[in-house]
Design a protein around this ligand. Structure first.
Ligand SMILES: Nc1nc2c(ncn2[C@@H]2O[C@H](COP(=O)(O)OP(=O)(O)OP(=O)(O)O)[C@@H](O)[C@H]2O)c(=O)[nH]1
Length: 180
């Protein structure tokens, strides 16, 4: 099964950087020109944050199994736009799409609570990440992949996969501070 995941969020929040960090394990500072329409690596679609490409990205929502919705923790406007992004997602994406909210560009290993309380009001799984240092990047993609896998091949006697619990457990293992 081809499971499609797309990255969405305002221009400049770090979607391309996050994908490169996940795919290649490195951060290439400031080297990306703004994504035009749709970029593509390892079955994960990197969409453009810019308004003028929005109609292109809408077409991809419909086929997406998962959406990573990013904001930049240092940009209030990118956080304020989350509500609009979610409205758009609910309008164009499948109703059972897996959504993960990511506050990108955290600094240091232990994550700050910047806007995390606010993020919880959206009732979607939430984590803070850094495309620069790689903090939580793999965990974000793994959690989504596990959720998709469990949905696709749910065995009758198997307990349902709980994405929140998985994230919490992994976070404890890594010794990070609370970010919920
Ligand atoms: N400090 C820091 N900078 C980051 C991080 N992620 C991305 N950046 C920087 O933020 C800027 C924008 O990153 P991009 O990955 O191009 O953002 P984008 O969301 O793909 O932008 P569009 O393609 O226009 O939608 C670049 O200068 C990146 O180097 C991060 O985790 N920490």
């Amino acid at each position: 099964v081809l499971l499609q995941t797309i990255l969405v969020g305002d221009s400049g929040v770090g979607k391309t950087s996050l994908l490169v960090q996940f795919d290649q394990g490195k951060f290439i500072p400031g080297s990306f020109s703004a994504t035009v329409g749709i970029g593509f690596t390892v079955c994960i679609w990197d969409t453009a944050g810019q308004e003028r490409f929005r109609s292109v990205t809408h077409a991809y929502y419909r086929d997406a199994h998962a959406l990573l919705l990013l904001y930049d923790i240092t940009s209030k406007s990118s956080f304020d736009n989350i509500r609009a992004w979610l409205t758009e997602i609910h309008e164009y994406a499948q109703s059972d799409v897996v959504i993960m909210l990511l506050g990108n560009k955290v600094r240091g290993k232990c994550l700050r609570r910047t806007r995390s309380e606010g993020a919880s009001e959206y009732s979607v799984p939430f984590m803070e990440t850094s495309a620069k240092t790689g903090v939580n990047v793999e965990l974000a993609f793994t959690a989504v992949a596990k959720e998709l896998k469990h949905r696709a091949v749910q065995h009758p006697n198997e307990p349902k996969f709980q994405i929140h619990e998985y994230i919490e457990a992994q976070k404890e293992k890594s010794g990070c501070c609370s970010y919920f």
